[in-house]
Design a binder for this molecule. Structure first.
Ligand code: NAD
Length: 349
């Protein structure tokens, strides 16, 4: 395949940086990273590829239409993978404004500017152009009480949180831009990601960080909420695969087939840490002793579960990692990168 120029929004974030590392390390394609660098964006996550001649960075807010237009004309991408978003559910409950702004308005601005750019491309480039919108399984709502049911691409949308409602809105905009303007879009809806370089307000890095500092490990409600966990490098690989081989107008669910209760996830991390970095804190023999149940998140969904048959069968894509191997790699990574962790933890407010 001829090397392509891929524009990634949100490339300084957790998943976006994994996508960029995947492209630079494992392909011949080049990348333009468009990121505003919010508290969640961190260029240090890109140090492994920063000096590569196929990597470019543009600091920009996706809500800024002039800047987005300029970047598209300057770099002439053949594919856009749109990940930039506000992503932390708790923050969407306390301060939803930025979620409406970036996730809905930002996606609208990006779609409009990308559509204008695409319309003026020469016919061969126009025919090969793709806009991949990266979304979440949370748009489908809660599977509580539906033990054997999984989200398929046909599951109706029923978002519960301000975060998932803004992601659902952006998915609808993307579909409308395809249907109305024939703009060549694809959507993916993915389950919970875990792995290296995740901002430590999210469950898995939070538990690792707090345990290593002998702090409480907060678990919402009774901890029995179920999520499907996907290793971030598997997700990055899936996104590139969908961007290059997916069908225009289609939606693909991406998941790891690793459904686990939050409390099981926390206990697995504790056991992994017991093995790799035994507690040196007085009175704490096992990290599990630090687990503390806290008041549940408002509107918390009980269960998400993903049916991945479509991406498995139609695009022949499968994850490589299972949770037990992925979590061990993840804990090892955080233990080996405590400087990255300490610097970024100072940003939590
Ligand atoms: P993240 O919070 O780690 O990173 C988001 C990135 O977007 C940051 O680098 C931030 O600086 C950038 N950004 C935010 N607002 C911006 C704006 N207005 N303009 C330009 N850049 C901006 O997020 P993540 O976990 O990497 O998630 C990436 C995408 O994947 C999101 O769209 C999210 O909804 C989706 N997703 C995430 C998960 C998950 O488990 N993390 C699961 C499914 C889908």
């Amino acid at each position: 395949m001829k090397a392509k120029r891929i524009l990634v929004t949100g490339g300084a974030g957790f998943i976006g940086s994994a996508v960029i590392r995947e492209i630079i390390n494992n392909t011949e394609h080049s990348v333009v990273n468009v990121d505003k660098l919010t508290y969640a964006g961190n260029l240090e996550s890109l140090l492994p590829v920063n000096n590569n001649a196929r990597y470019y960075f543009e600091q920009a807010d996706i809500c800024n239409s002039d800047k987005i237009k300029y970047i598209l004309q300057k770099h002439e991408p053949e594919i856009i993978i749109h990940l930039a978003a506000e992503t932390h559910v708790d923050r969407s409950i306390s301060e939803p404004y930025e979620f409406i702004q970036t996730n809905i308005i930002g996606t609208y601005v990006l779609l409009e500017k990308a559509k204008d750019y695409w319309k003026n491309l020469k016919i061969s480039k126009k025919n090969n152009f793709r806009f991949l919108h990266v979304s979440t399984d949370e748009v489908y709502g809660d599977l509580n009480g539906k033990a054997n049911v999984l989200f398929t691409e046909e599951t109706p949308y029923a978002p519960s949180s301000p975060y998932s409602a803004t992601k659902a809105s952006s998915d609808h905009l993307v579909r409308a831009w395809h249907r109305t303007f024939k703009f060549p879009t694809i959507i993916t809806n993915c389950s919970n990601n875990y792995g290296p370089y995740q901002f430590p307000e999210k469950l898995i890095p939070l538990v690792i960080f707090n345990a290593l500092e002998g702090e409480k490990l907060p678990v919402y409600g009774n901890g029995k909420q179920i999520r499907d966990w996907l290793y971030v490098e598997d997700h990055a690989n899936a996104l590139l695969h969908v961007a290059l081989t997916g069908e225009i107008s289609e939606t693909y669910n991406i998941g790891g087939n690793n459904e686990l209760q939050n409390i099981e996830v926390v206990k697995t991390i504790c056991r992994t840490l017991d093995k790799l970095m035994p507690s040196k804190f007085e009175g704490i023999k096992k990290y599990e002793q630090l687990i503390t149940y806290v008041t549940d998140r408002a509107g918390h969904d009980i269960r998400y579960g993903i049916n991945t048959t479509k991406i498995n069968k139609r695009l022949n894509w499968y994850p490589k990692e299972i949770f037990s191997t992925g979590v061990e790699k993840t804990v090892e990574w955080y233990l080996n990168n405590m400087n990255w962790c300490k610097k970024i933890k100072n940003r939590i407010n």
